[in-house]
Write a protein that binds this ligand. Structure first.
Ligand SMILES: *Cc1c(COP(=O)(O)O)cnc(C)c1O
Length: 394
């Protein structure tokens, strides 16, 4: 995966560390998704990138938002997106959260339990609810399986309870796990959705939408050994298109299809400009020598997901370097987890790296700001800067 000229220029001209977002790239990614899945309503999962410029550019393109708290709802509405394009997608919420969301104008809520449905009926009377089905999480780098969702028969019970409580049993949702790497996960989820839809129809409950969640992958990550991850995105889109047609054909009324991508829209269009603190060579506990490359950016200021994915690194002053050494790459804090792959999988880096040299950390646009800590070891969050091509050059 190559980065865009826009992003490369912004990285090359950045005078200090920062997190950069390429808004044109994010818009193109959104347009591509809409072209691959015609008719799908996109509700961007805010938590993947709660950066106002990014949210506004998606909202201007027609996206809505999957918000997980009243504060996220406020941020989503701040883009100018109307409240009917924002849903409360978190199954975990207090009475106060529900009442607050309702007061802010949100009318559609995720749920996965009778207790939550009862609370929604009390604090957001008449609201629309969609029930999240559990998935195995298999095939995903982050499974999200245990905390959320219910079994098919429980989903039927939850939506029947919603109807009885005066709510609108409006839909079903799934999340197949974040950075899903297989088409089969979607296939399985679609099979379950079809089964539950049929059961609901048998009770006279006809949901008006199905929400296929997030999970679509970024394309630019490396695995622990430094090889590209290469998720089969085309296959996923084929499975999704066919599945959506199948669900639509099952339903007596038109069925809206919703997706809540987070990572897929932003990951590859954000990058960090950081710098080298030091390249060292140190004796390890096992007696061998190893190079460690310390960078100004690590697990707690932008690369929280470094245990699961490795980001491509570019050393712009050393592009033609042939003298490479295997090095463990680590962040700046006094935490031993703040190292790539737990310190077991070295990457090859130029031997000539010097303190202060810039480094570009690619595909860092997802979950960077939201997982950043505040002031750990005195390290401030990276400033966020968004870039766009000059008018007419896009
Ligand atoms: C986090 C989340 C998403 C986005 O997940 P990605 O893997 O980033 O696409 C979508 N829906 C819900 C309910 C989420 O919690």
């Amino acid at each position: 995966m190559e980065i865009s000229t826009r992003l490369a220029t912004a990285l090359a001209t950045a005078p200090a560390d920062r997190l950069l977002y390429d808004l044109d790239g994010i818009e193109d990614q959104y347009d591509r998704l809409r072209a691959e899945l015609p008719g799908v309503r996109v509700r961007f999962a805010l938590k993947a990138c709660p950066v106002d410029d990014v949210l506004r550019c998606l909202a201007d393109r027609g996206a809505g938002f999957d918000a997980a708290s009243p504060a996220e709802i406020v941020q989503a509405l701040g883009t100018g997106a109307p409240a009917d394009r924002v849903h409360y997608g978190n199954t975990v919420k207090s009475d106060h959260d529900i009442a607050e969301a309702h007061r802010l104008g949100v009318r559609t809520f995720a749920t996965d339990s009778v207790e939550d449905v009862t609370a929604i009926a009390r604090h957001a009377p008449g609201a629309r609810v969609f029930c999240r089905l559990a998935t195995s999480g298999e095939g995903a780098l982050w499974g999200l399986s245990r905390k959320f969702g219910c079994a098919p028969d429980d989903a039927v019970r939850v939506l029947a309870t919603a109807r009885a409580a005066g709510l609108v049993p409006a839909g079903l949702s799934v999340h197949v796990g974040s950075q899903q790497m297989t088409g089969e996960a979607w296939q399985q989820a679609l099979d379950t959705l079809a089964e539950v839809l049929v059961a609901l129809h048998g009770l006279g409950i006809v949901p008006d939408h199905v929400n296929l969640g997030g999970g679509l992958p970024a394309l630019g990550y490396l695995d622990r050994h430094g090889n590209p991850l290469e998720p089969p995105l085309d296959k996923m889109f084929t499975v999704l298109r066919e599945g959506m047609e199948r669900l639509d054909a099952l339903t007596p009324a038109p069925l809206d299809l919703v997706m809540e991508p987070g990572r897929h829209l932003v990951a590859d269009h954000g990058a960090v400009r950081a710098h080298v603190s030091r390249l060292t060579r140190r004796r390890q506990p096992d007696g061998t020598d190893a190079h460690w490359l310390y960078l100004s950016c690590g697990k707690f200021n932008g690369l929280y997901e470094m245990d699961q994915v490795t980001h491509r690194l570019v050393f712009p002053g050393h592009r033609d370097a042939t003298d490479l050494v295997p090095a463990v790459v680590a962040g700046p804090t006094c935490d031993s987890d703040d190292a790539y792959g737990g310190g077991r999988h070295p990457l090859r880096v130029p031997r000539s790296l010097a303190s202060g040299d810039p480094v570009w950390i690619l595909s860092a646009g997802a979950y960077a700001t939201s997982y950043t800590t505040q002031g750990f070891n005195g390290i401030s969050p990276l400033p966020c800067v968004s870039t766009r091509a000059p008018e007419g050059h896009h």
